[in-house]
Design a protein around this ligand. Sequence first.
Ligand SMILES: [Zn+2]
Length: 130
Amino acid sequence: MEAIIELSEARADQTTPADLLEAARTQLGDDVQLFLGYDFLIAFNCPTCESTDAQNIPLYGVVEKQALCPVCGTIREPQVISSFRGSEEHAHWTLAALGVPPLAILTARKNRRFLGLELTGDVSHVFDFE
Ligand SMILES: [Zn+2]
């Protein structure tokens, strides 16, 4: 990791991957890629009956039997996303909706340069003792 920048305005429940890409571009320039650090399951697609079933949950929370097609019983193919360039539909979802916890540090990359982006805006939100 080259550096970690603290984004005092970034919060898991408000900030999107597109926002983090914009912040990363100020440091790395264009053509930045942002990584979730895990696979996010967008949908299951059945190769047999061609049904599509939207999921929108992190893949690590999915158990094997959920992959079975409710229509025909075939094991369906997971459609996942784990990184963003900014044009993806899910780049405009909040990070929380994508399963990212408060105060997480996400990694952005351009070629061999890496940058950590911390959701520092969650500090006041998470540690609110008043
Ligand atoms: Zn099927």
